[in-house]
Design a protein around this ligand. Structure first.
Ligand code: EPZ
Length: 428
């Protein structure tokens, strides 16, 4: 086990290059199960969630070839059994994408139910609602979610609330179903659009991705393609906030600025300068940070996956900010860690009241989940003194080479081996 040791207080300067999006790439990797020929995925982030997804495919019989650090050739022709191995899948939320892809290809899937989760209870009732609409039945067999259909037939699916995972699974299960599926109240996240673009490039017929009504007309055959994953909106947002929190001046390169609009708008409210170019955003600070309030929302609202990082920034601002995050039950678990660094935050249910304290102070802290871990890194970079962060395997699920990238921006962050630790990071 390793930890990060950060000597903070240095403004970040320079250029940082953003990797492919985790939440798109996990869906694209799973989608290769539906493809009738080999595919090449480019701009795949080098993170542990992707390593796990690829291991799942390999154990099931797929051929996976790394063409370079970020380019992977995947041939799923060798998969004959629609069962996902328990040990690999149990710690990974995105393994539920195999339900939709295996159902779409084999008309049957066995996928281990996700275990306890760091963000609170995460049911899959809407995923199952979509599968049932298409003609599938479901039950639990030996701790596995089991879905099965004689035949998948297009239908209308209306989600009770906006859900990324169920929208992905509805697309997976309908892309080769017979006839037309209409998905209403669909999620509009950039990774949904990326999945639709990937499948359409193979020959699928998916329209409306990025709006709340997606229409999928089933096709019989999907051909192999080469496709590049979109840049990671949340990784980019994390570096934008880190630049602001350290009083720095950073160009965040290889991004789609449109995907960052809700984050840019909130940063500007705090008095941070954000200037967008074609494929980069320039973030710098030349005055005091100001309070702002925010509420997380599905895309194009402010993303829940940026809430812990932004709340950390608000601990450094003048005045009192109110942050509401009701997407998941439990996304304020990191607050106790920030308090150890001098933050003044009180939480009541899904609302945090943050009283700006101007400065944080280094302390030993723990990453309680992926984005909470990123928030601890930002806090450590902005704080006086030394911050030690444990459980960094959470951070490595979703951030490629985070320590290297911050070092290139002038940060003093070291990775240190910690022989006594033992933990299992639950993936999101
Ligand atoms: C995706 O999770 C992301 N994970 C999460 O990323 C992200 O926080 C979340 O979307 C929201 O944007 C991946 O893409 C792999 P949801 P997902 O279905 O699909 C409830 C990160 O840090 N719900 O949109 O699981 C659910 O419990 C992470 O990268 C049901 O009740 O999110 C939650 O409260 C973590 N029943 C809300 O809906 C269902 O059937 C939104 O969940 C499905 C969801």
């Amino acid at each position: 086990m390793e930890k990060f040791v950060i000597r903070g207080g240095k403004p970040l300067h320079g250029d940082v290059y953003i990797s492919g999006a985790k939440n798109a790439a996990v869906a694209l990797v799973a989608a290769t199960i539906l493809c009738d020929e080999p595919c090449v995925l480019e701009n795949v982030p080098e993170i542990s969630d992707i390593t796990k997804c690829l291991k799942i495919l390999k154990e099931m019989g797929a051929k996976v070839e790394l063409l370079d650090r970020h380019t992977i050739k995947i041939d799923t022709a060798g998969i004959t059994n629609p069962s996902v191995p328990y040990e690999l899948a149990r710690t990974m939320r995105a393994s539920c994408y195999f339900l939709g892809t295996l159902l779409g290809r084999f008309h049957e899937a066995f996928v281990p139910m996700p275990g306890g989760c760091d963000l609170g209870d995460r049911p899959i009732d809407q995923h199952l609602k979509a599968f049932r609409a298409l003609g599938a039945t479901d039950d639990i067999v030996n701790g596995n979610n089991h879905v099965r259909a004689e035949k998948l037939s297009g239908n209308q699916i209306y989600f009770d609330f906006v859900t990324v995972g169920a929208t992905m699974n509805a697309i997976f299960a309908s892309v080769k179903a017979s006839g037309l599926t209409i998905i209403e109240n669909a999620a509009k996240e950039p990774h949904i659009v990326d999945l639709a673009n990937f499948l359409n490039s193979m020959g699928a017929d998916i329209r409306g991705a990025g709006t709340d009504v997606i229409k999928v007309r089933g096709v019989e055959y999907l051909k192999g393609v080469t496709y590049a994953t979109i840049p990671d909106q949340i990784e980019a947002g994390t570096y934008m906030v880190a630049a602001a929190a350290t009083g720095g001046d950073v160009n965040i390169c290889n991004v789609i600025p449109k995907h960052l609009e809700s984050i840019s708008a909130k940063l500007r409210k705090c008095g941070v300068n954000v200037v967008e170019s074609d494929e980069s955003v320039h973030v710098w600070v030349d005055g005091p940070l100001m309070k702002t309030s925010l509420k997380t929302m599905p895309h194009p609202g402010f993303p829940t996956d940026m809430q812990p990082q932004f709340s950390t920034l608000l601990t450094l601002a003048d005045g009192t900010s109110i942050v509401t995050d009701d997407i998941f039950d439990n996304r304020f678990r990191y607050v106790g860690e920030l308090r150890r660094m001098g933050a003044d935050i009180s939480v009541d249910g899904k609302v945090a009241v943050i009283q700006g304290v101007g400065k944080l102070h280094g302390a030993p802290v723990v990453a309680t989940d992926l984005r909470a871990g990123a928030a601890m890194v930002i806090a450590g970079l902005a704080a006086d003194g030394v911050t030690e962060i444990d459980n960094i395997e959470y951070i490595e699920r979703g951030y490629e080479a985070i320590d290297e990238k911050f070092r290139k921006l002038g940060a003093d962050i070291q990775r240190v081996y910690r022989p006594d630790a033992d933990s299992v990071a639950m993936s999101g």
